[in-house]
Design a protein around this ligand. Structure first.
Ligand code: KG4
Ligand code: ZN
Length: 332
């Protein structure tokens, strides 16, 4: 079964071709980082305009890389939310047009569900597992019991983890998005050089909070002479990163203990972070739990995870018609 996956929920235009819900025959992503970088964040209007320019060449590119044509497709999956509504509408409208013209069934996919399942593109994992989804827009903890069966455990009360990375990177003049830059810089820094705060939420909660940490770094930079922090950049990056990672790991491991689920899966752009991968693995091992993370290209937004979620939905007999609308605030 050949499924095309199309993703345009934020600032990446992506398309992929998936064979039998397993093999990624093509996975093409066009990033808009250069366009949004001068603004230090995604500008919604610029994002949708760029999706309009990119979407057809990206879909063509994915099909030709897979050696397939539209006629070969058994189904199409497209992100219907959550995300920026203008961006979502580009992918959804194009997919509706293709589906109607070529009579190919299509299904709208929840972007969050796609991240939670992305690990299956890399390896088989048994249910149930705890999924920590940390990206630029979300920081969520779910118990995944089966395909289509997800229990929300907690989420961020303010900034997403990736958003905190991006904002601190902006304060430090590291460009946008800044997660990867901080990850690289931190490799040469001392994570204990500065003590930044870790938010502790009420007992029993699996929520997260990163805005206190972000503000602490802002005050730290403001009060220090710029020439001093230029020299200490790597230590600042490492100390900030350690605080983010500590919070993500502590809450996830609390869920491991309280729910007695000994399997953790990381997802979302921040799951590409080298320190998070290392610390989660070490800490989980101490609790007798296993950790799985997809390769970085499947952590960040991509069409393959949309095709995968769509494949399972189509197999369950789901199919959408032309009335489906984009939903910027879609929940799981
Ligand atoms: O999942 P994603 O591609 O898009 C959203 O749905 O948001 O995640 C992008 C986010 C950005 O905030 C970016 O800075 C962060 O993931 N990110 C990282 C790393 N690579 C990407 N954060 C920390 N370390 C990384 N290596
Ligand atoms: Zn995402």
């Amino acid at each position: 079964m050949l499924v095309l996956g199309v993703e345009t929920s934020c600032d990446d235009t992506a398309a992929a071709v998936l064979v039998d819900g397993r093999r990624v025959a093509a996975n093409v992503v066009s990033s808009q980082d250069e366009i949004h970088s001068p603004y230090g964040g995604v500008v919604p209007e610029l994002a949708s305009r760029q999706h309009v320019r990119n979407i057809l060449p990206i879909i063509d590119g994915a099909l030709s890389q897979a050696g397939a044509s539209l006629n070969d497709l058994d189904g199409i999956a497209v992100t219907r939310g959550p995300g920026l509504v203008g961006s979502l509408l580009v992918g959804l409208s194009v997919v509706k047009g293709i589906s109607y013209r070529w009579r190919i069934p299509y299904v709208g996919v929840n972007h969050l569900e796609a991240h939670l399942l992305a690990i299956f593109l890399d390896r088989e994992v048994s249910f149930p597992y705890l999924s920590l989804l940390a990206s630029g827009g979300h920081t969520l903890l779910y118990l995944v019991r089966d395909f289509g069966d997800y229990r929300y455990l907690g989420g961020t009360r303010d900034d997403a983890a990736g958003e905190a990375y991006d904002k601190v990177a902006k304060m430090m003049g590291l460009g946008y998005p800044g997660g990867r830059a901080i990850d690289q810089l931190a490799k040469n820094g001392n994570p204990r050089a500065f003590s930044f705060p870790r938010s502790r939420l009420k007992k029993g909660s699996f929520d997260f909070s990163f805005s206190g940490l972000k503000t602490a770094v802002w005050h730290f930079l403001k009060e220090r002479d710029k020439s001093a922090w230029e020299a200490e950049k790597a230590d600042i990056a490492a100390s900030f990163q350690e605080a983010v990672v500590d919070m993500l790991v502590a809450t996830t491991l609390r869920a491991v203990a309280e729910l007695d689920v000994k399997r953790i899966v990381l997802a979302g752009g921040v799951a590409a972070n080298s320190r998070l991968r290392q610390k989660m693995t070490e800490s989980a091992r101490a609790e007798g739990a296993e950790v799985h993370f997809p390769p970085p290209s499947l952590c960040t937004d991509n069409g393959a995870m949309i095709a995968l979620a769509g494949y399972h939905a189509l197999k369950r007999g789901m199919k959408d018609d032309l009335r489906l609308n984009a939903d910027a605030d879609l929940t799981l």
